[in-house]
Design a protein around this ligand. Structure first.
Ligand code: AP5
Ligand code: MG
Length: 216
């Protein structure tokens, strides 16, 4: 029996794990459409807080702009509050969380995960993906300059490049990933939850690989 069958009534609880630029946001959007799950990206939540100039957003900004992780306590309070919302009852995909062993242990205290999908993508591809990334501020859709040359989204929003997508900051984000987040691969593998997916190829090809993992 596949995971989807297992949880149909209840909703799956998945984690998308992978380095910056691996395609977590892109795949989460495709999976949510296919499976009816809620997309929870801690990076997007922090950027929304920053846009609204909340205390949390301004505090987080100092870390984000350097490519450092926002402290665990801040992230955990934010995620706990989110997961208590009724809209999470039908299942969700966590994108960019957990990112440290402390966060993973804390999550295990209040959520039983169904699977952790690890997107494996080589370093050279990551750099190409991040340097061409553009995002719509209105609807959140992610584009890449190699597939989409216009400067406006189909919804009319003016596309922008994330401030932490500058090469120097990306290098630090990758180093932080290696030190803080990569250990989660072994952590979830030991728990029998890890499913590794080849993240190369088109978004649709990667989505098909994920679908095959989650179905009988
Ligand atoms: P966050 O926003 O989570 O950034 P990230 O993990 O660095 O990941 P990205 O969003 O950069 O990449 P992605 O994997 O989503 O790739 P995408 O789909 O966009 O975090 C930002 C910051 O917030 C952190 O540095 C930290 O400071 C803070 N933060 C967030 N969560 C935290 C936490 N839990 N704890 C502490 N701090 C936290 O794709 C990238 C590009 O590639 C796009 O242009 C896309 O179009 C393209 N692309 C995607 N897939 C493909 C494909 N198959 N083929 C070709 N192109 C593709
Ligand atoms: Mg993302």
């Amino acid at each position: 029996q596949g995971l989807f069958e297992l949880r149909k009534g209840d909703g799956m609880r998945l984690v998308l794990l992978g380095p910056p630029g691996a395609g977590k946001g892109t795949q989460a959007a495709l999976m949510c459409r296919r499976l009816g799950l809620l997309h929870i990206s801690t990076g997007d939540m922090l950027r929304q807080e920053l846009q609204a100039k909340t205390e949390l957003g301004l505090k987080a900004h100092a870390y984000i702009e350097k490519g450092e992780l926002v402290p665990d306590s801040i992230i955990l309070d934010m995620v706990r509050a989110k997961l208590e919302e009724p809209e999470c009852e039908n299942g969700y995909i966590l994108d960019g969380f957990p990112r440290t062993l402390v966060q993973a242990d804390a999550l295990a205290q209040f959520v039983e995960l169904d699977a952790v999908i690890y997107l494996e993508v080589p370093f050279e591809i990551i750099i190409k993906r991040i340097s061409g990334r553009r995002r719509c501020p209105k609807c959140g859709v992610i584009y890449h300059t190699s597939h989409y040359e216009k400067s406006t989204c189909s919804c009319g929003g003016l596309l922008y490049q994330r401030e932490d997508d500058k090469l120097e900051t990306v290098k630090n984000r990758l180093a932080v990933y290696e030190a803080e987040t990569r250990p989660l691969i072994a952590y979830y593998s030991q728990k029998g939850l890890l499913r590794t997916v080849d993240g190369e190829g088109t978004p649709e090809e990667v989505d098909a690989r994920i679908a095959a993992l989650l179905e009988p």
